[in-house]
Design a protein around this ligand. Structure first.
Ligand code: AKG
Ligand code: FE2
Length: 330
């Protein structure tokens, strides 16, 4: 794909919205992010800074605004928005953090970019019991979490809807690559739009019933779990999916067998996103499950580093859950 084009499919075979910024658009975006870096209070979680970022986001390059709007209307078969060549200056980055609960609270250029793009898609939210409710979170490998099914782990991370246990899961999740993995390990995605035709009607019927429960992921400090819920819901031919293959259990054997077959169907349509520095993807968390391959961290500052943000599309629907009408949900 040439710089500057916006497409709905690509040579990777994925069907989503893809845009590569031109050098001029990247410079325009860098100027906005740099301005926000020196805007009081310089903290991405502060309501005044968020308000400034929301206003500033309206001045992003118009082609980027069009791509975001188009993705919001329909994220394609793969439920994906991929934005390339954002101005993340790879060489000037500090070492990759290695601590648990890592988040970016300062309005650095990459953190400001994550907020700017996310705030055009919707409202950026976080959860009080995960990474202390920080809005821009670091996805980095953490010593002692190697085998954990969380983004601090480095074993293969099973397919999941983000925060599948929560009644107000993110509508979209954004991942901005600051530093790539040495081994080229990728984020895996699989869309229910691709997997549905592979499922038997009987399994779909079982998956549409409230025969499943889901626990909170290990990244949450509070052990919580959902009420019984369906895995598939909404339109018969274009359903939403809610599942975490590590944390969702069926209440009976028939449900467990249907869940296994859903997992196999999703694995068979899996595609890999090998994120490059300056690449940000948004995944529609209602349509797409995501996971990650295994890799071997060094913990020497050179490991893979992503920023992550969560987006809700409707600030009223989650109002009861938002503390002091802010961005953090209980
Ligand atoms: O490491 C990744 O690519 C994704 C990790 C993940 O599932 C997340 O941060 O929500
Ligand atoms: Fe995740």
């Amino acid at each position: 794909m040439t710089a500057g084009s916006t497409t709905t499919s690509s040579e990777t075979g994925q069907d989503g919205i893809r845009i590569q910024l031109t050098p001029k658009e990247a410079a325009q975006t860098a100027a906005l992010a740099e301005r926000l870096s020196s805007t009081a209070s310089g903290a991405v979680d502060h309501p005044d800074w968020i308000a400034a970022a929301r206003t500033t986001s309206c001045a992003l390059p118009v082609r980027l605004l069009e791509a975001i709007r188009s993705y919001r209307n329909d994220p394609g078969t793969d439920g994906l928005l991929a934005i390339g060549r954002l101005p993340v200056t790879h060489g000037a980055l500090p070492p990759t953090p290695t601590v648990a609960q890592s988040a970016e609270t300062a309005a650095t250029v990459p953190a400001a970019i994550s907020m700017l793009v996310g705030l055009q898609l919707g409202e950026i939210v976080a959860y009080r019991d995960e990474k202390r409710g920080a809005l821009v979170q670091n996805v980095v490998p953490v010593p002692a979490l190697e085998t954990s099914q969380s983004n601090g782990g480095s074993v293969a991370l099973q397919f999941h809807t983000e925060n599948a246990f929560h009644p107000h899961r993110p509508d979209h999740i954004g991942l901005l690559c600051l530093r790539p993995a040495r081994e080229g390990v990728g984020t895996y995605i699989a869309s229910i739009r691709r997997a549905l035709p592979l499922l038997a009607d009987k399994d779909v019927a079982v998956l549409r019933e409230s025969r499943f429960t889901t626990c909170a992921p290990p990244s949450f400090s509070a052990a919580d779990h959902s009420c019984p819920h369906p895995v598939l819901s909404g339109h018969l031919d274009d359903p939403d999916i809610r599942v975490d293959f590590h944390a969702t259990s069926a209440l009976d054997d028939e449900g467990a067998a249907a869940l296994d077959r859903l997992g196999a169907a999703l694995d068979s349509v899996r595609c890999e996103l090998a994120l490059q520095p300056g690449e940000m993807v948004f995944l529609d968390n209602r349509l797409v499950v995501h996971g990650r391959g295994a890799f071997t961290p060094r913990y020497d500052g050179s490991d893979r580093w992503l920023h992550r943000v969560f987006v809700h599309l409707d600030n009223r629907r989650n109002r009861e859950w938002r503390i002091d009408a802010g961005s953090v949900l209980i």
